[in-house]
Design a protein around this ligand. Structure first.
Ligand SMILES: NC(=O)c1ccc[n+]([C@@H]2O[C@H](COP(=O)([O-])OP(=O)(O)OC[C@H]3O[C@@H](n4cnc5c(N)ncnc54)[C@H](OP(=O)(O)O)[C@@H]3O)[C@@H](O)[C@H]2O)c1
Length: 254
């Protein structure tokens, strides 16, 4: 492949790459030509399924098991990547967790965990990886926002707060870094069939309510996110800054 979507020779870090959206995005970037650094809380030393998929497309895959609840571990990973000969060209911040409980029963521990993994560590990791991008005057950063960057959701107050924060962070970083050659944008997945949303699909009432509101008439698949991820990681999006791109089957337009 050649042209504005070509990622040949690029190195992409994808967090939360062991399963779900992250694995599909890592594979899509590999198909477009990128080598992958896969990061996830429970990734096997050999990189497991995501590494097999990336290598099946003739690309390299390095893997790291890092818990984003552990700020020191996040900083150590960034330092290791920044010390490597090969710089990171693309950062896809996809790792994320969720805690479901009504606001009145939402514990401090759940709040702290979700905000740390889904917002604070996203900022810390991005700040560290972006330092080298800024010094090179080039880089692509893609956050993973949510419909709950725009809406309140149902019994996930910490998650809604964190993902609303990701929307603000995307714009704030883009404002500072657009003129320095680094693009910062976000993907907004709609309701995608992954482990994250399994409880919703297993609840007949919630599943029916969600499905009936999606104009496309089906849950999204992790693979549905691949095209936008490649776009935001490639030269095709060089003039796209601070935008949240929905891949939601039409949910937000309804
Ligand atoms: N599914 C949806 O409908 C939907 C909608 C909007 C936004 N999103 C967002 O999309 C992203 C991916 O979610 P998904 O649906 O693919 O969910 P998923 O299947 O549950 O995958 C989540 C990924 O994040 C990683 N992760 C979770 N906690 C982590 C931690 N403490 N440290 C490091 N990695 C951690 C997991 O690592 P391990 O596999 O190693 O455990 C896993 O690879 C998340 O940011 C999520 O909020 C999803």
């Amino acid at each position: 492949m050649s042209g504005p979507f070509d990622l040949a020779g690029r190195l992409a870090v994808v967090t939360g790459a062991r399963r779900g959206i992250g694995m599909a995005v890592a594979e899509a970037l590999a198909v477009a030509g990128a080598d992958i650094v896969a990061v996830s809380a429970h990734l096997d030393a050999d990189g497991g399924e995501v590494a097999r998929r990336v290598r099946s497309h003739g690309r390299q895959c390095e893997s790291f098991a890092v818990d984003f609840a552990d700020r020191a571990a996040v900083k150590a990973l960034a330092a290791r990547l920044n010390a490597a000969d090969r710089p990171v060209d693309i950062l896809v911040n996809n790792a994320g967790t969720i805690a479901r409980a009504p606001a009145a029963e939402h514990s401090d521990a759940d709040w702290d965990h979700v905000l740390t993994v889904d917002l604070t560590s996203q900022f810390i990791f991005t700040r560290e990886i972006a330092a080298r991008m800024l010094s090179r005057g080039q880089g692509k950063i893609v956050f993973t926002a949510s419909l709950l960057s725009f809406q309140g959701g149902v019994t996930v107050p910490g998650y809604a707060a964190a993902k609303s924060g990701i929307a603000g962070l995307t714009r704030a970083l883009a404002n500072e870094w657009a003129q320095r050659g680094v693009n910062v944008n976000a993907i907004v997945p709609g309701y995608i069939a992954t482990d994250n949303t399994r409880p919703l699909r297993e609840d007949p009432a919630r599943n029916a309510a969600i499905l009936s509101r999606i104009p496309a008439g089906r849950w999204g698949r992790p693979e549905d996110l691949g095209g936008v991820a490649v776009f935001l990681a490639s030269a095709a999006s060089d003039y796209v800054h601070g935008t949240l791109v929905a891949v939601d089957g039409g949910w937000l337009g309804r």
